[in-house]
Ligand binder design. Structure first.
Ligand code: SAM
Ligand code: SF4
Length: 449
């Protein structure tokens, strides 16, 4: 029997990227193969994000294109998953009646059943219930075909209700996976050749997994730190209010925990932080940064910043700029505040105009570029440990990998080094990457291999 083919469009964060990997794994087990051209697919899934309006708009334009594809190929099945699907539910089918499936964030594991039902009945399906125990958390992604790095979901949902954010409404209440299930998954990944794991959750600091006794996030990091074959641990994201001294100390105590933390600050103004319901002041945040840099002087710190939150004055914005000058992030993602229906901030008056938001965003991004270049240049002359991920997209002569501090490094080297950890001297620095060359010791090792 001829194999059916699946194509997945993914929007949004790492969490969505990993959900798409799970979708592909599930459908591969049901007899589908993945293709890289949607025109060849029998099943197209759009994995959506609703964090900001911009991400949602991209989905609408995508849907318009897919309508034309469906007109040419009526047997094509098109499904929409992710946060926007959770939020919109049946409204999606009203807007785009050619859609076959809308499935929410708690229903990924049932995808093969939904597809069978559509094939059998031809009827559109809408599945957006929340479940108390989210089975999709434990789906093992498909085999990595030579990849060295993998995401591992440790929890889902969020209980924080930052006033601007839609996540608690579309991903549900926080739920931690069982400690032993996560450890077993990492062992399986290690046995399949994975060397680096990134532990995923909206706020990994509040991980609370049971295994007879209760384990916190640091217990998990320490346990994964003992798994043979795993050389690097990363995690994302950390809410500053819950970043404990115990976790900060892991950066010196757990050898394989990489020296990088993504710690979203959102604003430098205490007034705005309060309205955002972030539960910390800038002084609290700065204290944590200070402790991180004391325990781990080389740590790279990255962040998220929102400009134009309702009521943000010039003085509040200046506080954000001053904060950036004081901390000097290695890099940051910055966003214009985007009103999300149903969130507390959507009710606030005193909206900031699009034009001011745009200007403030540009100022933040220009400043961040200067800080990023400054921090990258400071690495010139360093010997860095690089986990080689593959061939560089820009030149087939170059290999590409990351420092432990999560910076991309390109350097000349033999393809046999892919998947290995090598020592590289940094010789130049740009905004988005570093240039390196294998150290003399590494070249000598290569000759002996
Ligand atoms: N859980 C993470 C945390 O608390 O730091 C972040 C999750 S969210 C997917 C990623 C980032 O999107 C946030 O840190 C925030 O900067 C941004 N974001 C969320 N809602 C937003 C909104 N309504 N408008 C603009 N940016 C938003
Ligand atoms: Fe959204 Fe705040 Fe939860 Fe992060 S911690 S997902 S920003 S509500």
């Amino acid at each position: 029997m001829e194999m059916k083919r699946i194509f997945v469009h993914t929007y949004g964060c790492q969490m969505n990227v990993h959900d798409s990997e799970k979708i592909v794994a599930l459908m591969e087990n049901s007899g589908y193969e993945i293709v890289d051209d949607e025109k060849k697919a029998d099943l197209i899934i759009i994995n959506t994000c609703s964090i900001r309006e911009k991400a949602a708009q991209k989905v609408y334009s995508q849907l318009g294109r897919l309508r034309k594809l469906k007109e040419k190929k009526p047997e094509l099945i098109i499904g929409v998953g992710g946060c926007l699907a959770q939020q919109w539910g049946a409204k999606f089918i009203e807007k785009a009646p050619y859609l076959n499936l809308v499935f929410g964030t708690h229903n990924i594991c049932h995808l093969p059943e939904f597809i069978k039902m559509i094939e059998k009945t031809g009827m559109p399906q809408v599945k957006t219930e929340f479940h108390e125990s989210v089975k999709s958390l434990g789906i093992l992604p498909r085999s990595k075909n030579g990849k060295v790095s993998s995401y591992v979901t440790i929890m889902q949902g969020c209980n924080n209700f930052c006033s601007y954010c839609v996540v608690p409404y579309v991903r549900g209440q926080e739920e931690s996976r069982k400690f032993c299930d996560i450890v077993d998954e990492v062992k399986t990944l290690a046995a399949s050749g994975i060397r680096e794991v990134t532990l995923l959750g909206q706020n990994v600091n509040s991980y609370c997994g049971t295994n007879g006794i209760v384990h916190d996030f640091t217990d998990l990091v320490q346990e994964i730190g003992t798994i043979s074959g795993i050389e690097r641990i990363r995690f994302t994201t950390s809410h500053p209010k819950d970043l404990s001294d115990k976790l900060i100390n892991c950066f010196s105590a757990v050898d394989i925990l990489c020296e990088h933390i993504h710690l979203p600050v959102q604003s430098g103004s205490d007034r705005i932080l309060k309205m955002m319901n972030r539960c910390y002041t800038f002084a609290d945040y700065y204290e944590k940064v200070d402790k991180l840099r004391t325990v781990c002087p080389d740590i790279s710190i990255t962040s998220d910043i929102i400009v134009g939150f309702p009521g943000e004055t010039d003085t509040d914005f200046q506080a954000t700029i001053d904060m950036m000058g004081k901390i000097r992030f290695d890099s940051s993602f910055s966003f214009k505040y985007s009103e999300r229906e149903g969130t507390a901030a959507a009710e606030l008056k005193d909206k900031v105009s699009e034009c001011i938001k745009r200007d403030r965003l540009r100022i933040v991004q220009d400043l961040q570029d200067r800080h990023t270049i400054e921090r990258n240049r400071a690495m010139i002359g360093n010997k860095e440990e690089i986990l080689v991920e593959g061939i560089s997209k820009n030149s087939h002569k170059d290999l590409t990998g990351r420092t432990r501090t999560n910076k991309v490094v390109n350097f000349e080297g033999n393809y046999e080094l892919i998947g290995k950890t090598v020592s590289v001297m940094i010789i130049d620095a740009y905004l988005h990457s570093l240039r390196g060359e294998l150290t003399k010791e590494e070249v000598a090792k290569c000759l002996l291999r």
